[in-house]
Design a protein. Structure first.
Length: 364
Protein backbone atom coordinates (compact mmCIF):
# COMPACT_ATOMS: atom_id res chain seq x y z
CA UNK A 1 0.00 0.00 0.00
CA UNK A 2 1.39 3.39 -0.99
CA UNK A 3 1.85 5.71 1.97
CA UNK A 4 0.11 9.03 1.40
CA UNK A 5 1.77 11.92 3.21
CA UNK A 6 -0.30 14.48 5.05
CA UNK A 7 -1.65 17.33 2.95
CA UNK A 8 -4.26 20.05 2.96
CA UNK A 9 -7.50 18.88 1.39
CA UNK A 10 -9.64 21.47 -0.37
CA UNK A 11 -12.02 21.35 2.59
CA UNK A 12 -9.33 21.94 5.25
CA UNK A 13 -9.92 25.66 5.47
CA UNK A 14 -10.14 25.55 9.28
CA UNK A 15 -6.58 24.17 9.43
CA UNK A 16 -5.40 26.84 7.02
CA UNK A 17 -7.17 29.52 9.07
CA UNK A 18 -5.42 28.40 12.24
CA UNK A 19 -1.97 27.90 10.72
CA UNK A 20 -1.80 31.06 8.60
CA UNK A 21 -4.08 33.38 10.63
CA UNK A 22 -6.30 33.97 7.60
CA UNK A 23 -10.07 33.95 7.88
CA UNK A 24 -11.38 30.95 5.95
CA UNK A 25 -14.12 33.11 4.40
CA UNK A 26 -11.39 35.18 2.71
CA UNK A 27 -9.64 32.20 1.09
CA UNK A 28 -10.33 31.40 -2.56
CA UNK A 29 -9.86 27.64 -2.81
CA UNK A 30 -8.28 26.56 -6.09
CA UNK A 31 -7.82 23.18 -4.43
CA UNK A 32 -11.39 21.98 -3.83
CA UNK A 33 -12.40 21.66 -7.53
CA UNK A 34 -15.86 23.05 -6.75
CA UNK A 35 -18.02 24.98 -9.24
CA UNK A 36 -17.16 28.69 -8.76
CA UNK A 37 -20.77 29.72 -9.49
CA UNK A 38 -21.88 28.26 -6.16
CA UNK A 39 -25.14 26.39 -5.76
CA UNK A 40 -27.89 26.34 -8.37
CA UNK A 41 -29.99 29.55 -8.25
CA UNK A 42 -33.09 27.43 -8.73
CA UNK A 43 -32.10 25.36 -5.69
CA UNK A 44 -31.41 28.47 -3.63
CA UNK A 45 -34.79 29.93 -4.59
CA UNK A 46 -36.98 26.83 -4.29
CA UNK A 47 -35.53 24.66 -1.51
CA UNK A 48 -36.92 26.78 1.31
CA UNK A 49 -40.46 26.03 0.10
CA UNK A 50 -39.72 22.33 0.76
CA UNK A 51 -38.41 22.81 4.31
CA UNK A 52 -41.33 20.87 5.78
CA UNK A 53 -39.95 17.75 4.09
CA UNK A 54 -37.81 17.23 7.20
CA UNK A 55 -41.00 16.54 9.17
CA UNK A 56 -41.30 13.20 7.35
CA UNK A 57 -39.05 10.27 6.56
CA UNK A 58 -37.82 10.15 2.97
CA UNK A 59 -39.36 7.70 0.53
CA UNK A 60 -37.41 4.48 1.13
CA UNK A 61 -37.19 3.87 -2.62
CA UNK A 62 -36.43 7.52 -3.50
CA UNK A 63 -38.67 7.02 -6.53
CA UNK A 64 -39.02 10.65 -7.64
CA UNK A 65 -35.36 11.44 -6.99
CA UNK A 66 -34.22 8.43 -9.00
CA UNK A 67 -36.51 9.52 -11.84
CA UNK A 68 -34.91 12.99 -11.79
CA UNK A 69 -31.40 11.53 -11.78
CA UNK A 70 -32.28 9.05 -14.53
CA UNK A 71 -33.63 11.81 -16.78
CA UNK A 72 -30.53 13.91 -16.14
CA UNK A 73 -27.99 11.10 -16.58
CA UNK A 74 -29.88 9.40 -19.44
CA UNK A 75 -30.23 6.14 -17.56
CA UNK A 76 -33.06 3.93 -16.40
CA UNK A 77 -34.39 4.63 -12.87
CA UNK A 78 -33.98 0.94 -12.02
CA UNK A 79 -30.20 1.36 -12.52
CA UNK A 80 -29.89 4.17 -9.96
CA UNK A 81 -28.68 3.83 -6.38
CA UNK A 82 -28.55 6.96 -4.22
CA UNK A 83 -26.19 7.43 -1.31
CA UNK A 84 -24.72 9.78 1.26
CA UNK A 85 -22.11 11.08 -1.16
CA UNK A 86 -20.18 8.97 -3.66
CA UNK A 87 -17.69 8.00 -0.92
CA UNK A 88 -20.36 5.94 0.86
CA UNK A 89 -21.24 4.22 -2.40
CA UNK A 90 -17.58 3.39 -3.05
CA UNK A 91 -17.47 1.77 0.39
CA UNK A 92 -20.69 -0.18 -0.20
CA UNK A 93 -19.56 -1.45 -3.58
CA UNK A 94 -16.20 -2.63 -2.24
CA UNK A 95 -17.85 -4.20 0.82
CA UNK A 96 -20.15 -6.24 -1.42
CA UNK A 97 -17.65 -7.29 -4.08
CA UNK A 98 -14.75 -7.81 -1.61
CA UNK A 99 -11.97 -7.55 -4.18
CA UNK A 100 -8.82 -9.41 -3.13
CA UNK A 101 -6.71 -7.70 -5.76
CA UNK A 102 -7.45 -4.39 -7.44
CA UNK A 103 -5.70 -2.32 -10.08
CA UNK A 104 -6.02 1.46 -9.83
CA UNK A 105 -5.14 4.03 -12.48
CA UNK A 106 -2.79 6.48 -10.79
CA UNK A 107 -2.01 9.08 -9.64
CA UNK A 108 -5.53 9.45 -8.31
CA UNK A 109 -7.85 9.92 -5.33
CA UNK A 110 -6.51 7.96 -2.32
CA UNK A 111 -9.94 6.90 -1.01
CA UNK A 112 -10.15 3.97 -3.47
CA UNK A 113 -7.02 2.33 -2.08
CA UNK A 114 -8.07 3.05 1.49
CA UNK A 115 -11.50 1.43 1.11
CA UNK A 116 -10.08 -1.64 -0.62
CA UNK A 117 -7.53 -2.14 2.16
CA UNK A 118 -10.20 -1.72 4.86
CA UNK A 119 -11.98 -4.78 3.47
CA UNK A 120 -8.80 -6.85 3.23
CA UNK A 121 -7.91 -6.25 -0.42
CA UNK A 122 -4.55 -5.45 -1.98
CA UNK A 123 -3.98 -2.79 -4.60
CA UNK A 124 -1.45 -2.10 -7.29
CA UNK A 125 -1.25 0.93 -9.56
CA UNK A 126 -1.13 1.35 -13.30
CA UNK A 127 0.86 4.58 -13.51
CA UNK A 128 0.26 7.42 -15.92
CA UNK A 129 3.35 9.48 -16.70
CA UNK A 130 4.11 12.94 -17.98
CA UNK A 131 6.20 11.61 -20.91
CA UNK A 132 2.87 10.53 -22.38
CA UNK A 133 1.17 13.73 -21.11
CA UNK A 134 -0.61 11.51 -18.55
CA UNK A 135 -2.72 9.96 -21.32
CA UNK A 136 -3.66 6.34 -20.78
CA UNK A 137 -2.06 3.72 -23.05
CA UNK A 138 -5.10 1.48 -23.53
CA UNK A 139 -3.19 -1.46 -24.99
CA UNK A 140 -0.63 -1.42 -22.20
CA UNK A 141 -3.38 -1.34 -19.57
CA UNK A 142 -5.18 -4.25 -21.22
CA UNK A 143 -1.93 -6.23 -21.24
CA UNK A 144 -1.79 -5.85 -17.44
CA UNK A 145 -5.23 -7.40 -16.91
CA UNK A 146 -5.35 -11.03 -15.79
CA UNK A 147 -7.43 -13.57 -13.88
CA UNK A 148 -5.84 -12.64 -10.52
CA UNK A 149 -7.53 -9.22 -10.56
CA UNK A 150 -11.04 -8.67 -9.22
CA UNK A 151 -11.43 -4.93 -9.70
CA UNK A 152 -10.22 -2.11 -11.94
CA UNK A 153 -10.72 1.45 -10.65
CA UNK A 154 -10.79 4.38 -13.09
CA UNK A 155 -11.48 8.03 -12.28
CA UNK A 156 -12.74 9.61 -15.50
CA UNK A 157 -11.79 12.43 -15.96
CA UNK A 158 -8.96 11.58 -13.63
CA UNK A 159 -7.99 13.56 -10.56
CA UNK A 160 -5.37 15.14 -10.47
CA UNK A 161 -4.23 14.73 -14.11
CA UNK A 162 -7.53 15.95 -15.65
CA UNK A 163 -7.09 13.44 -18.48
CA UNK A 164 -10.04 11.44 -19.79
CA UNK A 165 -10.81 8.07 -21.38
CA UNK A 166 -13.28 8.13 -24.26
CA UNK A 167 -16.29 5.83 -24.13
CA UNK A 168 -14.99 3.98 -27.21
CA UNK A 169 -11.75 3.19 -25.36
CA UNK A 170 -13.69 2.36 -22.23
CA UNK A 171 -15.58 -0.25 -24.25
CA UNK A 172 -12.25 -1.91 -25.14
CA UNK A 173 -11.28 -1.95 -21.47
CA UNK A 174 -14.63 -3.43 -20.45
CA UNK A 175 -14.37 -6.14 -23.11
CA UNK A 176 -10.95 -7.14 -21.77
CA UNK A 177 -12.19 -7.06 -18.17
CA UNK A 178 -15.13 -9.29 -19.11
CA UNK A 179 -12.70 -11.98 -20.29
CA UNK A 180 -10.96 -11.96 -16.89
CA UNK A 181 -14.16 -11.54 -14.81
CA UNK A 182 -13.05 -8.13 -13.48
CA UNK A 183 -15.44 -5.51 -12.10
CA UNK A 184 -14.83 -1.96 -13.36
CA UNK A 185 -15.62 0.98 -11.08
CA UNK A 186 -15.67 4.31 -12.94
CA UNK A 187 -15.75 7.47 -10.85
CA UNK A 188 -17.39 10.21 -12.95
CA UNK A 189 -17.24 12.95 -10.32
CA UNK A 190 -15.90 15.44 -12.89
CA UNK A 191 -17.48 14.21 -16.13
CA UNK A 192 -20.08 17.00 -16.26
CA UNK A 193 -17.26 19.54 -16.64
CA UNK A 194 -15.81 17.76 -19.69
CA UNK A 195 -15.99 19.66 -23.01
CA UNK A 196 -17.58 16.70 -24.80
CA UNK A 197 -19.24 14.83 -21.99
CA UNK A 198 -21.18 12.46 -24.28
CA UNK A 199 -17.89 11.14 -25.69
CA UNK A 200 -16.53 10.41 -22.21
CA UNK A 201 -19.36 9.20 -19.99
CA UNK A 202 -19.74 5.45 -19.56
CA UNK A 203 -23.45 5.58 -18.69
CA UNK A 204 -24.61 4.25 -22.11
CA UNK A 205 -22.24 1.30 -21.67
CA UNK A 206 -24.21 -0.01 -18.69
CA UNK A 207 -26.71 -1.45 -21.19
CA UNK A 208 -24.02 -3.78 -22.57
CA UNK A 209 -21.78 -4.49 -19.57
CA UNK A 210 -22.90 -5.85 -16.21
CA UNK A 211 -19.34 -5.66 -14.81
CA UNK A 212 -19.58 -1.86 -14.72
CA UNK A 213 -20.61 0.52 -11.95
CA UNK A 214 -20.45 4.32 -12.35
CA UNK A 215 -20.25 6.77 -9.44
CA UNK A 216 -21.23 10.43 -9.43
CA UNK A 217 -21.91 13.12 -6.86
CA UNK A 218 -23.16 16.67 -6.44
CA UNK A 219 -20.21 18.06 -4.46
CA UNK A 220 -18.19 19.41 -7.39
CA UNK A 221 -20.40 20.33 -10.37
CA UNK A 222 -23.31 21.46 -8.20
CA UNK A 223 -21.09 23.06 -5.53
CA UNK A 224 -22.96 21.18 -2.80
CA UNK A 225 -20.44 19.09 -0.81
CA UNK A 226 -22.44 19.64 2.37
CA UNK A 227 -25.54 18.10 0.82
CA UNK A 228 -23.86 14.65 0.75
CA UNK A 229 -25.86 13.43 -2.25
CA UNK A 230 -24.27 10.88 -4.54
CA UNK A 231 -25.52 8.23 -6.90
CA UNK A 232 -24.35 5.11 -8.70
CA UNK A 233 -25.47 3.64 -12.01
CA UNK A 234 -25.22 -0.06 -12.87
CA UNK A 235 -27.22 -2.69 -14.72
CA UNK A 236 -25.84 -5.53 -12.61
CA UNK A 237 -28.87 -7.10 -10.92
CA UNK A 238 -26.75 -8.81 -8.26
CA UNK A 239 -25.09 -5.52 -7.25
CA UNK A 240 -28.40 -3.66 -7.23
CA UNK A 241 -29.99 -6.30 -5.02
CA UNK A 242 -27.05 -6.55 -2.62
CA UNK A 243 -26.60 -2.80 -2.24
CA UNK A 244 -30.31 -2.29 -1.60
CA UNK A 245 -30.22 -5.03 1.04
CA UNK A 246 -27.09 -3.81 2.82
CA UNK A 247 -27.48 -0.05 2.63
CA UNK A 248 -29.06 1.99 5.41
CA UNK A 249 -32.86 2.32 4.99
CA UNK A 250 -32.61 6.09 4.49
CA UNK A 251 -29.31 6.83 2.75
CA UNK A 252 -30.00 10.54 2.34
CA UNK A 253 -32.19 13.09 4.13
CA UNK A 254 -35.58 14.36 3.04
CA UNK A 255 -34.04 17.77 2.32
CA UNK A 256 -31.26 16.27 0.16
CA UNK A 257 -33.95 14.32 -1.68
CA UNK A 258 -35.87 17.52 -2.45
CA UNK A 259 -32.66 19.35 -3.39
CA UNK A 260 -31.75 16.65 -5.90
CA UNK A 261 -35.13 16.89 -7.61
CA UNK A 262 -34.64 20.65 -8.00
CA UNK A 263 -30.97 21.00 -8.99
CA UNK A 264 -30.87 18.42 -11.76
CA UNK A 265 -33.49 20.40 -13.68
CA UNK A 266 -31.69 23.77 -13.54
CA UNK A 267 -30.65 23.82 -17.20
CA UNK A 268 -29.60 27.50 -17.20
CA UNK A 269 -27.16 26.87 -14.35
CA UNK A 270 -25.80 23.75 -16.04
CA UNK A 271 -25.19 25.63 -19.27
CA UNK A 272 -23.65 28.65 -17.52
CA UNK A 273 -21.26 26.37 -15.63
CA UNK A 274 -20.12 24.57 -18.75
CA UNK A 275 -19.59 27.84 -20.64
CA UNK A 276 -17.57 29.39 -17.81
CA UNK A 277 -15.36 26.35 -17.30
CA UNK A 278 -14.85 25.88 -21.04
CA UNK A 279 -13.73 29.50 -21.53
CA UNK A 280 -11.43 29.61 -18.49
CA UNK A 281 -10.00 26.16 -19.20
CA UNK A 282 -8.79 27.22 -22.66
CA UNK A 283 -7.64 30.65 -21.51
CA UNK A 284 -5.58 29.43 -18.56
CA UNK A 285 -4.13 26.52 -20.48
CA UNK A 286 -2.76 28.92 -23.10
CA UNK A 287 -1.42 31.35 -20.47
CA UNK A 288 0.57 28.65 -18.65
CA UNK A 289 1.62 27.01 -21.91
CA UNK A 290 3.24 30.27 -23.01
CA UNK A 291 4.64 31.16 -19.58
CA UNK A 292 7.89 29.18 -19.73
CA UNK A 293 7.60 28.64 -15.97
CA UNK A 294 5.09 25.79 -16.14
CA UNK A 295 4.12 22.91 -18.38
CA UNK A 296 0.33 22.51 -18.29
CA UNK A 297 -1.20 19.14 -19.14
CA UNK A 298 -4.27 19.61 -21.28
CA UNK A 299 -7.33 19.38 -18.98
CA UNK A 300 -10.67 17.66 -19.56
CA UNK A 301 -12.18 18.58 -16.19
CA UNK A 302 -12.47 21.83 -14.20
CA UNK A 303 -8.89 21.66 -12.99
CA UNK A 304 -5.40 21.48 -14.48
CA UNK A 305 -2.15 19.80 -13.49
CA UNK A 306 0.96 21.95 -13.85
CA UNK A 307 4.59 20.85 -13.86
CA UNK A 308 6.89 23.46 -12.36
CA UNK A 309 9.79 24.29 -14.71
CA UNK A 310 11.33 27.07 -12.63
CA UNK A 311 14.12 25.29 -10.68
CA UNK A 312 13.98 27.93 -7.95
CA UNK A 313 10.41 26.93 -7.08
CA UNK A 314 8.67 23.80 -5.89
CA UNK A 315 5.11 22.87 -4.93
CA UNK A 316 5.57 23.89 -1.31
CA UNK A 317 7.04 27.32 -2.06
CA UNK A 318 4.22 28.05 -4.51
CA UNK A 319 1.61 26.88 -2.02
CA UNK A 320 3.09 29.23 0.59
CA UNK A 321 3.19 32.14 -1.84
CA UNK A 322 -0.43 31.65 -2.87
CA UNK A 323 -1.87 31.09 0.59
CA UNK A 324 -0.28 34.32 1.81
CA UNK A 325 -2.33 36.01 -0.90
CA UNK A 326 -5.43 34.16 0.38
CA UNK A 327 -5.50 31.63 -2.44
CA UNK A 328 -5.17 27.88 -1.87
CA UNK A 329 -3.71 25.58 -4.52
CA UNK A 330 -3.07 21.82 -4.36
CA UNK A 331 0.47 20.71 -3.60
CA UNK A 332 0.64 17.44 -5.57
CA UNK A 333 3.68 15.84 -3.96
CA UNK A 334 1.34 13.64 -1.88
CA UNK A 335 -0.13 11.90 -4.94
CA UNK A 336 1.42 8.59 -6.01
CA UNK A 337 3.91 9.04 -8.89
CA UNK A 338 3.99 12.81 -8.56
CA UNK A 339 6.53 14.98 -6.72
CA UNK A 340 7.17 18.51 -5.52
CA UNK A 341 7.40 19.55 -9.19
CA UNK A 342 3.61 19.47 -9.61
CA UNK A 343 0.67 21.58 -8.50
CA UNK A 344 -3.04 21.44 -9.38
CA UNK A 345 -5.37 24.38 -9.77
CA UNK A 346 -9.08 24.47 -10.50
CA UNK A 347 -10.81 27.08 -12.63
CA UNK A 348 -12.62 29.76 -10.69
CA UNK A 349 -14.17 33.07 -11.76
CA UNK A 350 -12.06 35.07 -14.28
CA UNK A 351 -11.06 37.75 -11.79
CA UNK A 352 -9.85 35.15 -9.28
CA UNK A 353 -8.04 33.22 -12.01
CA UNK A 354 -6.28 36.41 -13.09
CA UNK A 355 -5.09 37.05 -9.55
CA UNK A 356 -3.77 33.50 -9.24
CA UNK A 357 -1.92 33.73 -12.55
CA UNK A 358 -0.13 36.89 -11.39
CA UNK A 359 1.00 35.23 -8.17
CA UNK A 360 2.15 31.98 -9.80
CA UNK A 361 4.01 33.82 -12.56
CA UNK A 362 5.61 36.22 -10.09
CA UNK A 363 3.84 39.31 -11.45
CA UNK A 364 2.04 40.38 -8.27
Amino acid sequence: MIRHKDHFHGSDLEKIEKMYSIKKEEIVSFSANVNPLGISPKLEQDLSSHIHAIESYPDREYTQLKASIAAYAKADPSQIIVGNGSTELISLFIQITSPKRALILGPTYSEYEREISLFGGRTSYFPLNDKNYFQLDINELISRLNDTLDLLVLCNPNNPTSTAITSSDMRKILDACKIHDIYVMVDETYVEFAPEMDKITSVPLTEDYNNLIILRGTSKFYAAPGLRLGYAITDNEYLLKEIHQKKNPWMISSLAEEAGKIMFSDTEYIQATRELISTERERLYQIFRESGKFTPFYPSANFMLLRIEDKKEDSHSLFERCIKEKMMIRDCRTFPFLSDRYIRICFMKPEDNDRLVKVLLGKH
